[in-house]
Design a protein around this ligand. Structure first.
Ligand code: 6GU
Length: 297
C-alpha cells in the first residue's frame, strides 16, 4: 500500500518509522511519504491560508495551493504556461458535468486505480472500524491534513467531480488543532488490518468493534494467578474451554451493556445464542424483535 500524506508539519509523521508500522515499511508492505504543502506555494511567505469568505474567526486553507499539490500527487495534468492561472479564474470551466454515478467514470470502482483521497475533518462522519477494514484493501491512500479553521470546501467537491473517491472523516467528538493526529489514528487502524501486517492475525478476530455483532472485548489476565491478593477469575484456570468462552462472552455483553448500550441495540437478535439471550434478559433487554430493546424499569 502506498500512502501519501500532505501536511504543513510533515515531520510529525516520523513516528510512522517506529514499531509495527516501521517494520511494515521495512518489509515493503507499506510505503509512507509525508509531503510539505508549502512546497507547492509560489509566494515568498509560502502562505497556505487566507481569511474566511463571509467573515469569522481564524484562517482557511487556500484551494489553489492544495490543488497544485493534489493534482501532482494524483498524477492529474493541468494546462500550464499559455493557460496558466486558470485556478483563479471564474471557474465555470472547471466544473465537470459528468455523472459521478456513471459506472464508466474514472475510478468508480473504489479502492483501485487512483488513490482514495481522505481529509480529516471534525465536522465529518465518524471514522469506524468498518471504514478501516474497507480502506485496508486500498492500494493507494492520499491524506490531506487541514490546519487552522479547516480547508476550502471546494477542494473535496472538485476532486469528487473529477471521479476521485474522496472521503472526509472525524475521529471523535472533540476538537484537535489539525488533522495530523487524526491521520495517524486512521492509518494505524487501517494498516494493522492489512494481510501480513500483524505477527498473529488471530488477535484481530476477537477484538472489539470487529464484525457485525460488535461488542467491547472481555477483560484480560496473565500470570500469576494471584497478584497482591487479587485472584484472576477462577473459571479461567479451569481448563474448560466451553466455560471459559461463555464467561468471556457474558463479560463482553455485561461490559458493553454498561459502557456502550448503543452497541447492544445494534445487535442482530437472530445471531444471539440461547445463553446470550439469557444474559441480555437478565440485564434488562428484550430480545425477541430484530434488535434488542432496553426495558425501562
Ligand atoms: Cl479529523 N480533525 C480535527 N482537527 N479535529 C478532530 C478530528 C479531525 N476528529 C476529531 N476532532
Amino acid at each position: 500500500m502506498k500512502i501519501d500524506i500532505v501536511s504543513v508539519f510533515p515531520e510529525y509523521f516520523e513516528v510512522m518509522n517506529l514499531s509495527l508500522m516501521g517494520k511494515a515499511q521495512a518489509k515493503g508492505l507499506l510505503e509512507i511519504k509525508a509531503h510539505n504543502l508549502r512546497d507547492w506555494t509560489h509566494d515568498v511567505h509560502h502562505s497556505v491560508d487566507d481569511t474566511p469568505v463571509g467573515g469569522g474567526a481564524g484562517m482557511v486553507m487556500k484551494p489553489e495551493v492544495w490543488s497544485e499539490c493534489l493534482d501532482e500527487l494524483l498524477g492529474f495534468s493541468r494546462p500550464s504556461a499559455a493557460t496558466a492561472n486558470t485556478d483563479t479564474e471564474t471557474a465555470t470551466d472547471a466544473v465537470d458535468t459528468s455523472d459521478p454515478g456513471d459506472p464508466a467514470a474514472p475510478n468508480s470502482s473504489a479502492l483501485s486505480g487512483t488513490p482514495v483521497l481522505i481529509f480529516p475533518n471534525p465536522s465529518a462522519p465518524l471514522f469506524t472500524q468498518r471504514d478501516a477494514t474497507e480502506l485496508s484493501h486500498a492500494d493507494h491512500l492520499l491524506f490531506g491534513c487541514g490546519r487552522y479553521e479547516g480547508y476550502d470546501a471546494r477542494i473535496p467537491d472538485y476532486y469528487r467531480s473529477q471521479g476521485v473517491d474522496v472521503r472526509e472523516y472525524s475521529i471523535g467528538d472533540y476538537v484537535l488543532n489539525g488533522g495530523e493526529v487524526a491521520v495517524s489514528v486512521m492509518l494505524e487502524a487501517i494498516t494493522r488490518l492489512m494481510p501480513g501486517f500483524m505477527g498473529n492475525p488471530d488477535s484481530i478476530v476477537e477484538e472489539s468493534y470487529t464484525g457485525e455483532g460488535a461488542l467491547l472485548e472481555h477483560r484480560q489476565y496473565t500470570k500469576p494467578a494471584v497478584w497482591r491478593g487479587i485472584s484472576v477469575p477462577e473459571v479461567l484456570l479451569s481448563g474448560n474451554h466451553g466455560k471459559v468462552d461463555r464467561f468471556r462472552r457474558d463479560e463482553a455483553l455485561t461490559r458493553t451493556n454498561e459502557i456502550r448500550p448503543d452497541l447492544i441495540e445494534a445487535l442482530d437478535c437472530k445471531a444471539l445464542d440461547k445463553a446470550d439471550r439469557k444474559t441480555l434478559m437478565a440485564l434488562g433487554w428484550e430480545v425477541s424483535a430484530t434488535h434488542p430493546r432496553k426495558l425501562d424499569r
